[in-house]
Design a protein. Structure first.
Ligand SMILES: C[S@@+](CC[C@H](N)C(=O)[O-])C[C@H]1O[C@@H](n2cnc3c(N)ncnc32)[C@H](O)[C@@H]1O
Length: 359
């Protein structure tokens, strides 16, 4: 299938949204591990790095990585922590540009050890994966073209790594477009049942959710997704982390950008500049669906504590604050007695969970 090369012109809005999300996550991720004594080394792996920037000099993922490391070190100033940045790009011309781009960064970032490779993704992943074990915290950015590179094996290997968060890109629209071609099922964990509700708008949400099938047994793994629309095409990012704090941070970033999409994925028609008279009408469908699901789980006693509410909210792709509002709504509607709900990452870290009181 012929592919557009995004480095032949300035990054479009969709690409900027994708890179912004990467930047913002990196900005949240760096200080956590710079300040965590048990971690000796922070490592960022950018497996599909491109040349470093676009034709107008706008920063691509490699320059974004360098800019954010510099800012984090200036703010958090831990000069003893080792930081390693790994970049790979298979195309010879882009690799040359990438090398020059990173050479310019080395002087300003003497604390950072850079590794640059010109290799195919699968072979470099095999080389670098053993480096991700040990007392290291890893952030993997897999900005592939298309859908084919993140295979079941690769995904499972990543999930099995501890202290490793991943953000990967997928051209999900292709899955919907080529749904009649059996081969597409080889590359993504979708089943025939997934194709029934799938359309050009919700495709990335469904594809991202399907990765739960590739989580190896016995692993608690949190996933997030963000759909990006450009013209008629929808693609997006998939996020993965073992830790509630990772997904909590990802979701906060995503909700600042509108929820789980940079467009009106559920046809909600909400205009933030012209709120309606009744706030219920300004509630995104995603939140309304969550409120109903949470109510059933709580009232049928399957969710028993504030921590379980918090984890459920993360699994549903909404924030602790959404969950708290949903619980308060149940109190207001006299489905639960009056009580104070502490539903946030802070509550999750406390040793004791607070039971939910019922009538
Ligand atoms: C979507 S672009 C990445 C853009 C980059 N993150 C940026 O911010 O500019 C994908 C890049 O991966 C490279 N690429 C494609 N297939 C690859 C493979 N199998 N192994 C390594 N690199 C590959 C392409 O040449 C392209 O530069």
């Amino acid at each position: 299938m012929p592919r557009r090369d995004l480095h032949q012109k300035p990054y479009d809005e969709g690409t900027q949204d994708k890179l912004d999300l990467y930047r913002e996550y990196l900005r949240e991720w760096l200080p956590v591990f710079i300040n965590l004594p048990s971690v000796e080394t922070l490592q960022i792996f950018d497996f599909f790095a491109g040349p470093g920037n676009d034709t107008e000099g706008n920063p691509g993922s490699p320059l974004i990585t360098c800019e954010e490391i510099r800012k984090a070190l200036n703010h958090h100033g831990n000069r003893t922590k080792k930081i390693r940045a790994y970049f790979n790009e298979c195309a010879a011309d882009k690799y040359q540009d990438l090398s020059s781009c990173i050479d310019e960064q080395r002087i300003a970032l003497p604390q950072v050890e850079f590794t640059i490779k010109q290799s195919d993704f699968h072979s470099v992943f095999e080389q670098w994966e053993p480096l991700m074990r040990g007392k290291t915290a890893n952030l993997l950015f897999l900005d592939q073209n298309g859908v084919q590179q993140i295979t079941e094996d690769i995904f499972k290997t990543i999930v099995r790594l501890s202290l490793t968060d991943v953000i990967f890109f997928i051209s999900s629209g292709m899955v919907n477009r080529f749904k009649n071609i059996q081969e597409i099922r080889k590359y993504v964990p979708v089943t025939d049942a997934d194709f029934v509700p799938m359309n050009g708008k919700n495709v990335h949400r469904i594809v991202a959710d399907a990765y739960r099938r590739w989580i190896p047994e016995g692993h608690t793994y949190y996933r997030g997704s963000f759909s990006i629309q450009k013209g008629p095409n929808v693609y997006g990012l998939v996020f993965g982390s073992h830790h509630p704090r990772g997904i909590d941070k990802f979701l906060h970033i995503a909700w600042r950008k509108g929820g789980d999409a940079n467009f009106d994925i559920d046809n909600d028609g909400i205009d933030p500049n012209a709120p309606s008279l009744f706030s219920e009408y300004d509630k995104p469908t995603k939140i309304t669906v969550f409120e109903k699901d949470l109510e059933i789980e709580v009232l049928e006693h399957r969710i028993l504590t504030n921590k379980e509410v918090y984890i459920f909210s993360l699994q549903c792709g909404v924030l602790g604050s959404h969950a708290k509002a949903a619980m308060n709504k149940m109190v207001k509607e006299e489905k639960l007695p009056h009580q104070v709900f502490r539903i946030s990452y802070g509550a999750w870290t406390k040793p004791n969970a607070e039971p939910i009181k019922h009538f």
